[in-house]
Design a protein around this ligand. Structure first.
Ligand SMILES: [Zn+2]
Length: 85
């Protein structure tokens, strides 16, 4: 760690290893997708929100599109109940 953040070197193929603590914080597992964007003079890397599983429980039944990801009916009802109280 430095004042600028975690420093990693780019290899000859352009690869950079994401620090394990970042992967753990974001719940990134091997095989998960990330979305990269060039923003001016820096690159952002964010977990890819999957539309084939619920972003809250990982379930795949009764899915609804929600933002850039998906939420299942059970979680949508649970969130709706909390929101209406
Ligand atoms: Zn769910």
């Amino acid at each position: 760690m430095t004042d600028e953040g975690t420093v990693r070197k780019v290899d000859e193929l352009g690869r950079v290893v994401l620090p394990v603590e970042f992967r753990r914080s974001l719940g990134l597992d091997p095989g998960d997708g990330v979305v990269m964007n060039l923003e001016g003079d820096h690159i952002t890397v964010a977990p890819q929100h999957r539309k084939d599983v619920c972003s809250l429980c990982g379930g795949a039944h009764e899915l609804f599109n929600h933002g850039s990801g998906a939420v299942c009916g059970k979680c949508a009802r649970a969130v709706g109940k909390k929101a209406s109280k």
